[in-house]
Design a protein. Sequence first.
Length: 157
Amino acid sequence: MSGPIAGDYPDGSSGHSGSDTSKERAEREDASGVTGWRQQRILQTLELRGGRGRTVGEVEQGMKMGHGAASGALSRLHRAGHVVRLKERRNGQEVYIHPKFHDGQEESPYRPNVVHRNPPMALELTDQMIRDMMTASGLMPPEDLTRIRNFIDRVTP
């Protein structure tokens, strides 16, 4: 088995949800070559499917893997430019194809998860959104934002 073919995230892993167990799994699968093997298999499958491609659900079923593994591998391959995600949908899911079969179909660009990429910005945006909603609704004075923020800080890790 080989290492991941799609680029690493800033923490050096192939990606994880943020929990300790997810990070440990990513590190273990990267080190053992499982991540690279999974990505290669998906690329081969997409190449065999031609322009029809596969959705994440079809990858899950066809390759007997869980949703997180299939979705994560496709996302990393898409982010690195190894696969193309189309706007076309099948069974409510976007279709991924091998780039050599991309023939002008409308693409769905990679959309990074802002919360995982930049948590401080996401919290500032949340504060501003709360402030705007409270001001616009007139139901709660904006100074209550401090009380709400303190509560959120107490209940989140």
